[in-house]
Design a protein around this ligand. Structure first.
Ligand SMILES: NC(=O)c1ccc[n+]([C@@H]2O[C@H](COP(=O)([O-])OP(=O)(O)OC[C@H]3O[C@@H](n4cnc5c(N)ncnc54)[C@H](O)[C@@H]3O)[C@@H](O)[C@H]2O)c1
Length: 307
């Protein structure tokens, strides 16, 4: 089967592009990215066996994907993704992400392609012991424009569910290295600051709040599982390796770097909420994720060690 990955030069896309030969039945892989935020160097030295074909393409432009045919599965990752920064570029983010999303849906409907949609666990936002996919509307309370867009996308898919086959995964914050990795998400940013002897900036409410994290290797397992098992049942699944507090993450970093400076800061995104996200639904579907966060932190620190 042929696969299309939008936003292929980003943190997640570049990892999938590098490892896609591990997914059975994949024949050709079409990659698109507008390169405004992604970088072509993520594709340097790509392996021939991945059978990649890259195109510069702004997915937010109507009909921009029309040149592609015979695509069985679309992994849609093209988005602006800085949640904390999304307050500053609100209008641009709504426009870019929702226009990309609508074009991808139209493409899937027209070509009968199945869609893997990546939402975020940041759609949750209520104080709760544990939240799951069926917790109901009152637990869905996005705390940033970024998260609000994710929820809008989920609602659009809900309306379109008779017209296309899809699956939505609500990813926890990604940890782990890839050629296109970014450093505006918690674990990576903390590791970078630790290596540079800069203060690790923690939202002043966040130290003991639980949040879900997803190891990039676990994220890849999800894509592999979904494609190989044909898990396109128009359902929403939480996807996480584990729930951790910021303090627990910092202690994992401290195992490798003893002296850390911590600075408490304020942010528009911070709140008083703490919640665990349940991953039982994905387990029941047959996929167990291991918690590789320790390894991700070790690898990230090692990657940065000589700078
Ligand atoms: N990284 C995380 O922690 C995380 C967590 C939950 C969900 N997600 C979601 O997973 C998806 C991928 O995330 P990521 O971490 O790889 O993000 P990323 O920012 O690293 O990559 C996104 C890519 O999309 C591209 N892009 C943006 N607008 C585009 C457009 N109009 N046309 C073509 N390409 C465009 C960018 O150039 C970039 O290469 C996003 O939807 C993101 O919201 C990520």
């Amino acid at each position: 089967m042929n696969i299309l990955i939008t936003g292929a030069c980003g943190h997640i896309g570049s990892y999938i592009a590098e490892n896609i030969f591990k997914i059975n039945k994949v024949k050709k892989v079409y990659l698109v990215d507008d390169l405004k935020h992604g970088k072509i160097n993520t594709l340097f030295n790509s392996k021939k066996k991945n059978k990649l074909k890259f195109f510069i393409c702004d997915v937010s432009k109507k009909n921009s994907l029309n040149f592609l045919k015979n695509i069985k599965v679309v992994i849609h990752l093209a988005s602006l993704t800085n949640a904390a920064g999304s307050f500053r570029i609100k209008k641009q983010m709504y426009k870019n992400n929702l226009e990309c999303f609508r074009n991808v849906i139209n493409f899937c409907k027209k070509n009968k392609s199945k869609l893997i949609h990546i939402s975020s666990t940041s759609v949750y936002g209520k104080q709760a012991d544990i939240v799951d996919e069926d917790s109901g509307q009152k637990f869905l309370n996005p705390q940033s424009p970024y998260a609000d867009i994710k929820l809008i996308e989920e609602k659009i898919l809900e309306k379109e569910k008779k017209k296309l086959k899809f699956v939505t995964f609500r990813f926890g914050t990604i940890a782990g290295i890839s050629k296109g990795m970014r450093f505006h998400t918690a674990v990576n940013k903390f590791c970078l600051n630790a290596v540079l002897n800069l203060p690790i900036q923690v939202y002043s409410t966040a130290l003991n709040q639980y949040r879900p994290y997803l190891s990039l290797t676990d994220a890849f397992k999800i894509f592999k599982f979904c494609i190989e098992k044909n898990l396109f049942n128009n359902q929403v699944y939480n996807a996480l390796s584990g729930n951790f507090t910021v303090n627990q993450i910092i202690n994992k970093i401290r195992k490798h770097k003893k002296k850390l400076k911590i600075k408490f800061i304020k942010s528009e995104i911070m709140n008083q909420l703490s919640y665990h996200v349940s991953n039982s639904k994905l387990k029941e579907a047959g996929l167990n994720l291991n918690n590789n966060l320790e390894k991700d932190i070790r690898n990230t620190l090692s990657l940065l060690r000589n700078i």
